[in-house]
Design a protein around this ligand. Structure first.
Ligand SMILES: NC(=O)c1ccc[n+]([C@@H]2O[C@H](COP(=O)([O-])OP(=O)(O)OC[C@H]3O[C@@H](n4cnc5c(N)ncnc54)[C@H](OP(=O)(O)O)[C@@H]3O)[C@@H](O)[C@H]2O)c1
Length: 303
């Protein structure tokens, strides 16, 4: 299969790229810097400035599947008006352009989405049956519009999967940022630690994406989280135990809000999300179902 991946140079994309290459697929990447992406990933890559350019024809022509992972990092600092626009446009404007340029060969369009689709409060368990109300904040609106943009491809008879991803435990990302703190014994829960954190090991996520590309029964929105979300307190305790250091130093919610403003909700929100469709509808079996094993493996990827 010819598989076009946007955001292929990122945490998720680079692992997916390697796996698809090993499986014998022709993988093509789109990046802001095609040369750098090709050198990093060892695949054909094209530069694409999604704001000012059409999708390069040589990249998309003949593609059987598009995996749309690109996007301005949501967790990198304050959500200023300009960053909110970059966060939304890099996911949504780009999705619309990819769909407008779709080749006749396209059979599936797989897009990232995020657990920010859900309300982010309390202990209630959420699955894909949740219906979003009209009035929502930035994160929920972003995920809704991101999924709507991807779903537009269905009008052309192309199967679409939007994977609502939780915190990915892999090489890089938040874990890489937390590790030095926890290794120095300076880690601990955020806020009161009672908020829920849905996590997923990178290799399980890559398997879900691979399945989404090729399994014709997969469609619509699917929660890409492990079967056992934990509280921040448990996450911090497990990460401390994994690096054999105490992890009692709390990051107060007020400090985080002062530092990050609205973006603090990413860490302070409570997301008790379960992968109902994956386990009950698609019979997916997770390689990493408990946080200790997932952390041990992900820490090894970062060392
Ligand atoms: N990692 C997580 O925990 C997590 C959780 C929930 C959802 N997700 C979603 O899953 C997708 C992949 O996540 P990831 O962790 O692999 O992300 P990542 O490591 O931040 O990679 C995303 C890629 O998007 C491209 N990109 C970044 N900013 C951009 C911009 N302003 N305009 C155009 N392209 C830009 C970059 O590729 P180039 O430099 O090659 O252009 C980057 O490597 C993202 O959409 C993310 O929101 C991730």
């Amino acid at each position: 299969m010819k598989i076009l991946i946007t955001g292929a140079s990122g945490l998720v994309g680079s692992r997916l790229c390697a796996r698809l290459k090993r499986a014998g697929h022709e993988v093509v990447a789109l990046s802001r810097d095609g040369e750098r992406a090709a050198a990093k990933l060892g695949v054909t890559a094209f530069s694409w400035d999604y704001r000012n350019e059409p999708v390069p024809r040589a990249a998309i022509d003949g593609a059987d599947s598009i995996v749309h992972l690109m996007g301005e990092n949501v967790g990198d600092g304050r959500w200023t008006t300009a960053r909110k626009k970059a966060i939304a446009d890099s996911r949504i404007v780009s999705a619309k352009k990819l769909i407008a340029a779709r080749p006749g060969s396209l059979a599936s369009f797989v897009s990232a989405s995020a657990i920010g689709y859900y309300p982010g409060s309390g202990d209630e368990i959420y699955d894909e049956s949740y219906r979003m109300p009209q009035q929502v904040g930035f994160m929920q609106a972003l995920c809704r519009d991101w999924e709507l943009a991807a779903a537009a491809v269905e009008e052309y008879g192309v199967r679409r999967v939007s994977v609502r991803i939780g915190l990915v435990l892999g090489k890089g990302g938040l874990l890489q940022k937390l590790l030095p703190l926890f290794r120095a014994g300076l880690g601990g829960p955020v806020g009161d630690g009672r908020q829920w954190l849905p996590w997923i090991h990178i290799d399980d996520l890559v398997k879900i994406l691979e399945l989404s590309i090729s399994d014709e029964s997969m469609h619509g929105a699917v929660n890409g989280v492990g079967p056992d979300p934990v509280t921040y307190a448990t996450f911090a305790r497990s990460l401390g135990a994994a690096v054999k250091r105490p992890a009692f130093l709390r990051v107060p919610a007020t400090a985080l809000k002062l530092m990050l403003g609205e973006a603090a909700e990413l860490a302070l929100g409570s997301y008790r999300i379960v992968p109902r469709r994956l386990t009950e509808e698609f019979g997916f079996s997770f390689g990493y179902a408990d946080i200790e094993a997932a952390l041990e493996s992900a820490i090894a990827l970062n060392t």
